[in-house]
Design a protein around this ligand. Structure first.
Ligand code: ZN
Length: 207
């Protein structure tokens, strides 16, 4: 049977949806954003609509990068990346988890650049929008695989400060004092505004 563009696109879309289900087990917010973009793509027929795919993908990368990056991944002497600097956040995370992750750093940076280009491209095409979507989902899963294998806690209760929206959350030791002694647990603190969450107690507050 001869391959047709419609059949090709149908098979690829089916594969993306399956991969997004996998992604949703790690990060529902990012998976939902990308699912919306896939729906937009299926209806898109104009340059402006293909540019929108670039915007959706770029936004998903920022959300994704924030969810995996930790301030302690920032190399000594380097300024901490800004909250929208997905490229740096992904790069610093990958380099601190695995020193051989250079290819993944390159390919994810290129995909992010493609999303950026797409949103301004006056000649944006269906093909480039599809490349951008497919490569994004694949790269994110490969990165997550590395993150999980590096035994980094990806399912922290918070990856953004719910008080100020910042991403400078740090885990610190916390001693809870009781009448018969004290016990140690983890305390998540936002270094920007002082918001905190004591994991074992489920208590939040501001210092
Ligand atoms: Zn905060």
């Amino acid at each position: 049977m001869a391959a047709s563009p419609d059949r090709f696109e149908h098979s690829v879309s089916t594969a993306i949806v399956a991969l997004l289900n996998e992604l949703a087990t790690y990060n529902t917010v990012v998976a939902n954003k990308l699912s919306l973009t896939v729906t937009q793509f299926s209806k898109a027929r104009s340059v402006q609509e293909y540019q929108q795919i670039g915007i959706g993908v770029r936004d998903s990368w920022i959300e994704f990068a924030q969810s995996i990056f930790r301030p302690e991944f920032c190399p000594a002497g380097q300024q901490a990346p800004g909250p929208a600097d997905a490229k740096k956040m992904v790069e610093y995370t990958l380099r601190s988890l695995d020193h051989k992750s250079g290819y993944l750093v390159l390919s994810s940076n290129r995909v992010y650049a493609l999303a950026n280009e797409l949103q301004h491209d006056l000649g944006a095409t269906r093909e480039s929008a599809l490349w951008c979507l497919c490569s994004t989902v694949l790269n994110m899963l490969l990165i997550l695989d590395l993150v999980v294998r590096s035994r980094v806690k990806v399912k922290r209760p918070y990856y953004k400060c719910p008080n100020c929206g910042g991403i400078s959350l740090e885990t610190k030791e916390h001693w809870e004092v009781e009448y018969d002694g004290a016990w140690k647990c983890d305390k998540l603190i936002c270094t920007d505004c002082g918001w905190y969450y004591i994991e074992d107690l489920g208590v939040t507050g501001i210092e």
